[in-house]
Design a protein around this ligand. Structure first.
Ligand code: ACO
Ligand code: ZN
Length: 281
C-alpha cells in the first residue's frame, strides 16, 4: 500500500490548460509544493505563468500584455515564427517552460541554471498572438558540442512535422556558428525516431545529388551533423563498407531510392533566408 501511495504521488498534475487546449500530461514534473495538490493547472500561453484555478487565469489574461514569448523574433515564414529567449534575461519564463516541458519529458533533468541556456520557441501566429507549438533549449556554451539540450512539440501539435523543423533549425544555427552539433543524450524513443528520420533524409538527399565519392567529413561539413551520427545513420542504412581499415560510403542509386521512399515525407522546411541571427557571444 505504501508503495502504491508513493507511486500515485509520482504523477501530480494530470492535465493542463494551455491556450485553446486541454492537454493530458505524461510524466512527473517538480512544481513548487503548493501546486502539488492540484490535478489541473492553468497556464498563460504567452508568459507561461501557471495557476491553480481558472478564475485566476482569467484575471491574469486581462492583465498580461504579452502576445508572444519574451525575447527576439529571429525567424518568420508565413504564420511560423521562432523566438529566442535568453534564460538569464527571462529567468521566470525559462523556469516556467522547464516545469511545463518536464510534464512530457521522462529522463531529462531540466533544472540546471536556466541562465546558461537559450530557448528557441516555435509559434503559430494569428491575430490573437503567437501560440507556442514547441521549443528546444540550447546551452550557451557546450563542451560536448551539444547543439540542443531538450526538444518538445506540445502533444496537440505532434506528428505534423514541427519536431523535424525544430531539429533542422538547431542545425541551421550550428552552421551559422561554423560548428558541428549533436543532441544531448540520452534521447527518448520519440526523440531518437525524429533524429533518425532527420539524419536519414538529409544524408540521402545529398548522396542522391552528389556525383563521385564523398567522405563522412565532407558530409559533416555540409550538414553540421557530427561525424559519429552520420556514421551510425549510414551504417544502419547499410550504406557503409569497411575496406582496408577505412569506412567507405557505398551509395548505390537503387538502394538510395528505396531508403528515400521509406524515409517518408520531408516535412516543414526551414527557409534559411528568413533566419536573422548571430551566434551568442
Ligand atoms: N509514433 C511513431 N513515430 C513517431 C511518433 C509516434 N508517436 N512521433 C514521431 N515519430 C517519428 C516519425 O518518424 C516522424 O516522422 P513522420 O511523421 O514523417 O513519419 C518523426 O518522428 C518526426 O515527426 P515530427 O512530426 O516532425 O515530430 P513531432 O513534432 O511529433 O516531435 C518530438 C517529435 C519532439 C520528439 C515529440 O514526439 C515530443 O515532444 N516528444 C516528447 C518529448 C521528447 O521525447 N523529446 C525528445 C527527448 S530527447 C532530447 O530532448 C534531446
Ligand atoms: Zn501571461
Amino acid at each position: 500500500l505504501r508503495e502504491h501511495e508513493e507511486f500515485t504521488k509520482v504523477k501530480n498534475i494530470a492535465t493542463i490548460e494551455l491556450g485553446r487546449y486541454e492537454i493530458e500530461t505524461w510524466y512527473f514534473s517538480p512544481f513548487p509544493p503548493e501546486y502539488n495538490d492540484s490535478l489541473k493547472l492553468y497556464f498563460c500561453e504567452f508568459c507561461l505563468n501557471f495557476m491553480k484555478r481558472k478564475e485566476q487565469l482569467q484575471r491574469h489574461m486581462r492583465k498580461c500584455d504579452l502576445k508572444h514569448p519574451p525575447g527576439d523574433e529571429i525567424y518568420r515564414s508565413g504564420t511560423l515564427s521562432m523566438f529566442e529567449v535568453d534564460g538569464k534575461k527571462n529567468k521566470v519564463y525559462g523556469q516556467n517552460l522547464c516545469y511545463l516541458a518536464k510534464l512530457f519529458l521522462d529522463h531529462k533533468t531540466l533544472y540546471y541554471d536556466v541562465d546558461l541556456f537559450l530557448f528557441y520557441i516555435l509559434c503559430e501566429c494569428d491575430d490573437r498572438g503567437c501560440h507556442m507549438v514547441g521549443y528546444f533549449s540550447k546551452e550557451k556554451h557546450s563542451e560536448e558540442s551539444y547543439n540542443l539540450a531538450c526538444i518538445l512539440t506540445l502533444p496537440p501539435y505532434q506528428r505534423k512535422g514541427y519536431g523535424k523543423f525544430l531539429i533542422a533549425f538547431s542545425y541551421e544555427l550550428s552552421k551559422k556558428e561554423g560548428k558541428v552539433g549533436t543532441p544531448e543524450r540520452p534521447l527518448s524513443d520519440l526523440g531518437l525516431l525524429s533524429y533518425r528520420g532527420y539524419w536519414t533524409r538529409v544524408l540521402l538527399d545529398i548522396l542522391k545529388k552528389h556525383k563521385g565519392n564523398i567522405s563522412i567529413k565532407e558530409l559533416s561539413d555540409m550538414t553540421a551533423i557530427k561525424a559519429e551520427d552520420i556514421l551510425n545513420t549510414l551504417q544502419s542504412l547499410e550504406l557503409i563498407q569497411y575496406r582496408k581499415g577505412q569506412h567507405v560510403i557505398c551509395a548505390d542509386p537503387k538502394v538510395l531510392d528505396r531508403h528515400l521512399k521509406a524515409a517518408g515525407r520531408g516535412g516543414l522546411e526551414v527557409d534559411v533566408s528568413k533566419l536573422i541571427w548571430t551566434p551568442y557571444k
